[in-house]
Design a protein around this ligand. Structure first.
Ligand code: DCP
Ligand code: CA
Ligand code: CA
Length: 549
C-alpha cells in the first residue's frame, strides 16, 4: 500500500518557516538571474525581499497569492501588477549561483521524518515522497477499533470518486500545476456522503479496510510533518504509486485523497493521458494522435490488439497504466544514496567563458558548493568520492569531459577539489567559448575503503587492519585513533601531491564505467574512442545523477 506526499507551495513554505512575517500573506519565491562575477552572494539569513529593480522570475507561489491571480509563469514585475501587495523573496545565492540548500535540507527533513514510520521512502523530487505504508497500516488495524479508524479517515480524507474529485481529475497537467479552483475547494458535506457508502462496503472488503487504515497513517504523518517541521502537505493513498500520486494532486493544499480500487476506473475514465507518468511528453502525444484519444478511458476503448500492434514494446504497460493496474507501477524504492555529486552552470550568449582564467574562476565557484555536499556525504553516510570529472560544452556544441582519481578521504579541502578540477580542465585543451561547465565527484566509496586503499597506495597496512591482526581489543583501537588521524592527514597530503604530479604528466585516465554511464551516449562514445577502447555501450547502465542545475 502506497502513500504519496507533496509539500504545499514548498519553497514558500520553507521561507515562511524561516520568517513568520510571511505567514498568511500573498508571497512568492523568485529566482534572479545569476552569473555575473563579483556580485555578492545573498545568504539564507540575509534580507532577501525584492522591493525594487529587476524582480526575477517566480518559481513558487503562496495560495494567498494564487487567489489574487499570481502564477508561476509570471515575472516578479508581472506579479506586482496583478497583486501589488505580494511579497517577493529571492532564492539565496552562493558561489555565484542559486543556492537551493535550504529547500533541499527541508525536503530531506521531511523524508527523514516519514522514514521513521514507513517501510520504504522514495524521494521523487525536492518536495515529493512516495511511501510504503503497508506495515504502519497493518499495525493500526491490529491496535485500533474499526469504528475509530473509519471516523478518523472519513473526517480527513477526500474520496477519489466523489463528484468534486472527478471534476478535478478532468483538468490537464498544465492547469493542475498552476492550481485551480476545484483543487482548493473543500466540501465537507460531500466528504461525509461518499464515506457512508464506503464504510458500509468496507465491512466485507479487507483491501478497502487496509487502505482506510492507510489513510489514517497518512493523516497522522502529515500532522507530524506540520507540527515538527512547520510545513503543510497534501497526501494520496492507493494500492500503487501511480494512483497514490494522482490522488495526491486532486485536492490541495493541506488535504488528502483516498483512491479505493473501485474508484480507479471512475477517475481514470476522463483523466487526460498526460496526467499519467511517462505520458506527459512525446510518447504520450504519439499515443493520443495514433488513436485519436485524449483520456485514459478513451484509450481503454481502443481494441487491445490494435494497441499491442502499434506499440509492441510498451502496449501492455500502456493499457495497464490506463486501467490503473498495480502491475504498471513500480514498487516504492527505498532511499537510495546518490551515485554522484554534480554541480554545473550554463553561460549562454555574452556570458560564455572565453579564457582558462574564467573557467578557473567558475570552477572555484562550483567547487565551494560541491565541497559542502561532499562533507554531507562523509558525515551522513561515511562515504567519499574517488573520481572527479570536469565537463565542458563549447560554442559549437562540442562536449569535452575529463576525469581523474581523487583522494579526499574524510577531510578533503575545497582547494584539493579545485586543483584537481583545474588539472582536468587543462587536459581538455582549447577552452574558448564555454557555454556550460560541469564538475562532478563520483564513484562513492566507504570511508574505510578509502583509507585502506590509501594505505595500500603507500605500501603499508592501515592501523585498523594491523590492530585486528594483533588481536587488540576495540578500546585499544579507539585509543590509537589520534595517531591514525595524523597518519591519514599526512597520507592525504602525499596523495594530493602524487596526484598533481601524475596529472602534470597528462596521463590518460582509466575509464570508470560508473562515471561513464552517467554521461550522454555521444560523450561516452567519444571517451571510449579517446582511450582506444571499443564502445560497448549496451552494457553500460544509466544511473541516476543528482544534478544541481
Ligand atoms: N520549482 C522550481 N521551478 C519550477 C517548479 C518548481 O524551482 N518550474 C520548485 C519550487 C516549488 C517546488 O519546486 O516550491 C515544488 O514544486 P511543485 O510543483 O510541487 O509546486 P509547489 O510545491 O510550489 O506548489 P503546490 O502546492 O502546488 O505543490
Ligand atoms: Ca508541491
Ligand atoms: Ca511537487
Amino acid at each position: 500500500m502506497v502513500g504519496f506526499i507533496d509539500m504545499d507551495c514548498f519553497y514558500v513554505a520553507v521561507e515562511r518557516a524561516r520568517d513568520p512575517r510571511l505567514l498568511g500573506k500573498p508571497c512568492a519565491v523568485v529566482q534572479y538571474p545569476t552569473g555575473q562575477r563579483g556580485r555578492p552572494d545573498l545568504r539564507p539569513e540575509d534580507d532577501r525581499w525584492r522591493t525594487g529593480g529587476p524582480m526575477g522570475g517566480i518559481i513558487a507561489v503562496s495560495y494567498e497569492a494564487r487567489a489574487r491571480g499570481v502564477t508561476r509563469q509570471m515575472s516578479g514585475a508581472e506579479a506586482k501588477k496583478v497583486c501589488p501587495e505580494v511579497i517577493l523573496v529571492q532564492v539565496p545565492t552562493a558561489f555565484g549561483k542559486a543556492d537551493l540548500q535550504i529547500y533541499k535540507d527541508a525536503g530531506d527533513a521531511v523524508v527523514d521524518l516519514l522514514a521513521s514510520r514507513c517501510d520504504a521512502t522514495e524521494k521523487r523530487s525536492v518536495d515529493e515522497v512516495a511511501i510504503d505504508i503497508t506495515g504502519a497500516a497493518e499495525h493500526l488495524l491490529a491496535s485500533r477499533a474499526a469504528a475509530e479508524l473509519g471516523a478518523a479517515a472519513s473526517a480527513a480524507t477526500h474520496l477519489a470518486d466523489s463528484a468534486l474529485s472527478v471534476d478535478a481529475a478532468k483538468v490537464t497537467r498544465s492547469s493542475a500545476r498552476q492550481g485551480h479552483d476545484k483543487q482548493q475547494s473543500r466540501d465537507t458535506s460531500e466528504l461525509a456522503d461518499g464515506w457512508e457508502e464506503v464504510l458500509r462496503r468496507a465491512a466485507s472488503d479487507p483491501v478497502a479496510w487496509r487502505l482506510i487504515a492507510g489513510a489514517v497513517v497518512v493523516k497522522e504523518l502529515r500532522q507530524q510533518v506540520e507540527s515538527t517541521l512547520g510545513f503543510t502537505c497534501s497526501g494520496g493513498v492507493a494500492t500503487n504509486k501511480v494512483l497514490a500520486k494522482l490522488g495526491c494532486g486532486l485536492h490541495k493544499p493541506n488535504q488528502q485523497t483516498l483512491l479505493l480500487p473501485h474508484a480507479a476506473p471512475v477517475l481514470l475514465k476522463d483523466l487526460p493521458l498526460d496526467r499519467l507518468p511517462g505520458l506527459g511528453g512525446d510518447f504520450g502525444q504519439a499515443v493520443k494522435s495514433r488513436f485519436g484519444v485524449q483520456s485514459a478511458g478513451e484509450l481503454l476503448q481502443v481494441p487491445r490488439p490494435d494497441v499491442l500492434k502499434q506499440f509492441p514494446q510498451r502496449g501492455e504497460w500502456l493499457l495497464a497504466l490506463a486501467a490503473g493496474d498495480d502491475s504498471a507501477a513500480e514498487a516504492v524504492k527505498d532511499r537510495q544514496l546518490v551515485k554522484s555529486l554534480s554541480n554545473g552552470k550554463t553561460f549562454f550568449g555574452e556570458k560564455r567563458l572565453r579564457s582558462l582564467e574564467e573557467v578557473d574562476y567558475w570552477l572555484g565557484e562550483l567547487t565551494g558548493e560541491l565541497h559542502r555536499r561532499y562533507l554531507q556525504q562523509v558525515e551522513k553516510h561515511q562515504r567519499t568520492p574517488s573520481t572527479l570529472q570536469v565537463s565542458l560544452t563549447l560554442d559549437q556544441k562540442e562536449h569535452l569531459t575529463r576525469q581523474q582519481p581523487i583522494q579526499l578521504g574524510s577531510q578533503g579541502t575545497p582547494e584539493q577539489i579545485l586543483q584537481t578540477a583545474k588539472a582536468c580542465a587543462r587536459r581538455a585543451g582549447a577552452v574558448s567559448g564555454v557555454i556550460s561547465l560541469g564538475l562532478s565527484l563520483s564513484n562513492m566509496i566507504p570511508l574505510e575503503a578509502s583509507s585502506a586503499s590509501l594505505s595500500k597506495f603507500f605500501g603499508r597496512k592501515s592501523e585498523g587492519a594491523a590492530s585486528k591482526e594483533k588481536g587488540e581489543k576495540p578500546q585499544e583501537k579507539a585509543k590509537a585513533k589520534p595517531k591514525e588521524a595524523n597518519l591519514l592527514g599526512a597520507c592525504f597530503a602525499r596523495a594530493a601531491a602524487a596526484q598533481r604530479a601524475s596529472s602534470d604528466q597528462q596521463k590518460a585516465p582509466e575509464v570508470d564505467e560508473g562515471v561513464l554511464a552517467e554521461l550522454p551516449l555521444n560523450i561516452q562514445q567519444e571517451i571510449l574512442r579517446e582511450l582506444g577502447q571499443e564502445p560497448k555501450l549496451k552494457k553500460l547502465r544509466c544511473d541516476v545523477v543528482e544534478i544541481d542545475a
